[in-house]
Every structure is written in structure tokens, then in C-alpha cells.
Design a protein around this ligand. Structure first.
Ligand SMILES: O=C(O)CCC(=O)C(=O)O
Length: 299
């Protein structure tokens, strides 16, 4: 949906200056936006999954294991598609307070795209290199965003999300390497030219949410602290933004309408978007792609 049209609707939870800031910078942080009650519920189910992962010795479509993962010392990179694994995650993604935020920034008709829980474990949890989300899942227009929830307090040592302000209005970069292999990150040469000194690093207490536009260039550093940094990410689009490639993390909730009405018209943006590989045969994770492990995948 076009920005002017979104802004013509009365916001539910954001102020007009917060909406202006999101559209100007391409990201927004809302400190302690999620209640302790929600956090407790999400932690209860997350702890169950961490326990379940102890029995795993290799990554699969559910658990992406970090180096050194073992039964008495679980280390997870990601729980893929949490909404597929527990109703609480889906309730949060489809009825939780983040849906109001999505509506204020995408317009009244909102589609759920995918979810992931990136742990960035203590003592070296992996970096996420500079990238944009939209090359992983191109849509007919760019009214697409991701909302992250910090489930722990996150400071500079813990690999907070960083974004380059205004980059959502700049080029969309190739996420392939010089051998034409998908690596899920901008080429190092291009990343070196980013105005790094302008990057906004999104720290915050548990319950803080981060919101980034699908074209915003973003990254996060390794977590060298002794605390893990679980970030529960849910991505949404305006209903008039239709995916044009296979869904990288298909699940029964993918592309469900979570607010408003189904679109009767698709909106097309003239700005071209690079295409990812064909995901129809499945995928791994951004971590595997960026570390150039066997297979490449979703942001
Ligand atoms: O977990 C993070 O710090 C960043 C995640 C991210 O950018 C992504 O999964 O697209």
C-alpha cells in the first residue's frame, strides 16, 4: 500500500511522529512495548523448545543448531517458523499487540508472511551480515516489514540489530557472491561502502520491539556476552503486496490475513527486485547461507 494512503488512516498504537520516523529511517524501536505477561508466555514455550533441542545432533527444518550444541549445553541459532510449532507463537503473531503496529505501518489489511526465533546464543552467537529482506521474498510492492521482539534485555555486547537509516529508499542489492551463488548477504565490496557511521543500533530491555522495512539494510554483530539474545521475528505485508516467488518457509499460517479484508487489487511498484533462487524445494536459514554452509535460504 502506498505510504500516503497508510498515513491517511488513523493509527491504532503509534504516534504520527513514530510513523513518520519509520517511513523516513526505514526502522523503528519501541521500548518495552510488549507486556511481561506476554513475555512470560513466550518464554514458557521457548524453554520447552530449548529442552527439546537437547536431543538433536544436527540441524533440521525446525532447529538450526549452533556450533558446540550438546544435550547438557544447548546452543541454538534459530527455531524456524515458531508459529508452526506452538499455538502461543501464532496467537502472538496473529492477535498480539504487534499486529496493531503492523496495521499502523502497512494499512488496514495485513497478511502474515513468516516467523523465526533467532537466538544468538551467549559466548559467540553468530553475526548476521548486512542484508535486506526483500531479495529473500520479493513481493509486487515494498509494503512489507518485519517486527522483532527482544525476549531478553539487549545491550551493545549482545549483537543488537543495526540498520542504515534511509537505506529503504536506496538500491536493492544482489545477495549472490561472485560465483553467482546465493549467500543471503550483500557483497562485502558493497557493504564496505555503506555509511556505517549512521547505523542505528537497536538496544532495549526485554519486551522492546524492533521494526524494519523489507528494503532496509540491516545486520547484527556476534553475541560475545554471557547472555543469549533471543529475537522473535514476525514478518507481515500489506494485503495488496503479493509474493512473486515460492515462499521460503511455507507453513499453514503463511499468507493468512491477520487484519482487515483480502485485497481485490494487487499494487505494483515499478522498482525492480532481484530474485532469489527457487525455494520450492525447501531451504535452511540465513545463518547457513551467510556462512556458505551447504544450502542457502530465508532471511
Ligand atoms: O537475528 C538478527 O540479529 C537479525 C535477523 C535478521 O536480520 C534476519 O533474520 O533477517
Amino acid at each position: 500500500m502506498k505510504i500516503e494512503k497508510i498515513l491517511s488512516q488513523k493509527p491504532k498504537v503509534l504516534s504520527n511522529s513514530q510513523r513518520d520516523s519509520y517511513f523516513k529511517d526505514g526502522y523503528l524501536v519501541l521500548e518495552k512495548f510488549i507486556s511481561d505477561e506476554w513475555l512470560d508466555r513466550l518464554w514458557a514455550v521457548t524453554n520447552e523448545f530449548i529442552d527439546e533441542s537437547r536431543a538433536y545432533t544436527k540441524s533440521d527444518s525446525k532447529f538450526d543448531l549452533d556450533t558446540g550444541h550438546k544435550p547438557d549445553d544447548p546452543r541454538l541459532r534459530r527455531l524456524t517458523s515458531p508459529v508452526s510449532h506452538h499455538e502461543t507463537y501464532w496467537e502472538f503473531a496473529s492477535k498480539g499487540p504487534i499486529v496493531d503496529v503492523a496495521e499502523d505501518l502497512l494499512g488496514p489489511d495485513v497478511i502474515f508472511h513468516h516467523s523465526k526465533l533467532n537466538f544468538k546464543w551467549s559466548g559467540g552467537g553468530e553475526e548476521v551480515k548486512w542484508h535486506q529482506d526483500i531479495p529473500f521474498y520479493p513481493h509486487t510492492n515494498y509494503s512489507v516489514l518485519a517486527i522483532g521482539l527482544y525476549m531478553n534485555d539487549v545491550d551493545d555486547e549482545m549483537g543488537p540489530m543495526g540498520a542504515i537509516p534511509g537505506s529503504q529508499n536506496g538500491p536493492i542489492y544482489s545477495h549472490y557472491n561472485e560465483k553467482n551463488e546465493w549467500v543471503g548477504a550483500m557483497p562485502d565490496k558493497e557493504a564496505a561502502n555503506l555509511p556505517m557511521e549512521t547505523a542505528g543500533w537497536m538496544r532495549g530491555q526485554a519486551g522492546t520491539i524492533t521494526i524494519h522495512h523489507c528494503r532496509t539494510v540491516h545486520a547484527s554483530m556476534p553475541n560475545n556476552s554471557s547472555r543469549s539474545r533471543p529475537l522473535l521475528i514476525n514478518a507481515f505485508s500489506s494485503a495488496d503486496a503479493l509474493p512473486i516467488t515460492s515462499h521460503p518457509a511455507p507453513c499453514k499460517q503463511a499468507l493468512n490475513l491477520v487484519r482487515g479484508h483480502p485485497a481485490r487489487w494487487a499494487e505494483f511498484d515499478a522498482d525492480p527486485c532481484p530474485l532469489p533462487p527457487d525455494w520450492s524445494g525447501g531451504y535452511d536459514s540465513i545463518f547457513a547461507a551467510q556462512q556458505e554452509e551447504e544450502q542457502a535460504t530465508i532471511s
